[in-house]
Design a protein around this ligand. Structure first.
Ligand SMILES: [Fe+2]
Length: 297
């Protein structure tokens, strides 16, 4: 056999295996634990963008967290290979080790608003689980949800869109504010400000698109932020093709901020890869993710 044929066969086998893996990876749930602490520069008001990558786990922490939040995002229900039952099982597992204080959904119920009923069924299963354990279930809209009316009621969560609720530290009993902003979609983008003025209490902001942080008033940024939207790139292609040519409107991926924990301008940010898939039901080196986020004040 000529060397050209051998190379073509190897290339074809590589492409086939990659395609098979792209179809298989959406079924692999990465259920992780994340520890977030206050940034040492949380009162910074500089105009310059400052980004520092953080580890998901901090081995120097040897105390109880102030809050344990179960966070998941980007269900995209019609292209989601992780069933709601698996999320409920992950919740049960997390609850067994220690009490969960809140469950938060980071937006994007379905790719197609006409398929939202599939997403509502999915989220209602999680809502039922939360009710069974008397744990509050909050959510925000993602860019795919903006045309949905009454989504939070239909999906069974309490909307955090442009509003805030009070949570209580399990260690000190002090108040921690949980706030949210709504998404305005990719067209005619409007970035929402925090729905409250940050006072002495720490603030956790849920915002679907992490870029929202770059558009907040510099003297009113949250202490923590929980986001999704980027899907970890969803398909990590050579030369970061997906961010350079496919998702060009997002700013933070241009700074290599796509998934994980970061200190951005004094806010401690966690960006989930989410559960489902947008556009195509493929993932490549960006497995679905649900997380127990421990907040340390
Ligand atoms: Fe999404």
């Amino acid at each position: 056999m000529s060397p050209v044929y051998v190379i073509l066969i190897i290339l074809a086998a590589f492409i086939l295996l990659t395609l098979i893996w792209c179809l298989a990876e959406p079924f692999f749930l990465d259920f992780d634990r994340v520890q977030l602490t206050l940034s040492p520069s949380r009162d910074a008001t500089s105009d310059e963008l400052s980004i520092k990558k953080l580890s998901l786990l901090n081995k120097d922490i040897n105390k109880e967290p102030d809050l344990r939040i179960f966070f998941f995002s980007d269900v995209h229900a019609e292209f989601c290979a992780i069933s709601s039952k698996r999320i409920c099982n992950a919740l049960t597992e997390a609850q067994k080790s220690s009490q969960i204080d809140a469950v938060i959904f980071g937006g994007d119920i379905a790719n197609d608003p006409d398929k939202c009923a599939v997403g509502y069924r999915y989220l209602n299963k999680i809502s039922e689980w939360c009710k069974g354990y008397d744990i509050p279930f909050y959510g925000i809209t993602g860019n795919h949800d903006i045309t949905l009316k009454g989504a939070s009621e239909a999906a069974g969560f309490t909307s955090l869109d442009n509003r805030a609720v009070d949570l209580t530290s399990r260690t000190t009993g002090s108040k921690i504010v949980l706030a949210g902003v709504s998404d305005s979609g990719r067209l005619n983008r409007v970035w929402k400000q925090m729905p409250l003025k940050r006072g002495s209490e720490p603030v956790i902001l849920a915002a679907h698109n992490p870029d929202n942080l770059l558009h907040l008033d510099k003297d009113n940024r949250p202490d923590f932020m929980l986001s999704g939207h980027f899907h970890g790139g969803q398909m990590k292609l050579p030369f970061r093709f997906e961010h350079r040519f496919l998702r060009t409107k997002d700013l933070l991926p241009k700074k290599k901020v796509v998934e994980g924990a970061f200190d951005i301008n004094g806010t401690t940010v966690f960006i989930s890869r989410g559960l489902g898939c947008g556009v195509l039901p493929f993932r490549l080196f960006s497995a679905p993710e649900a997380s127990v986020v421990e907040i340390y004040i």
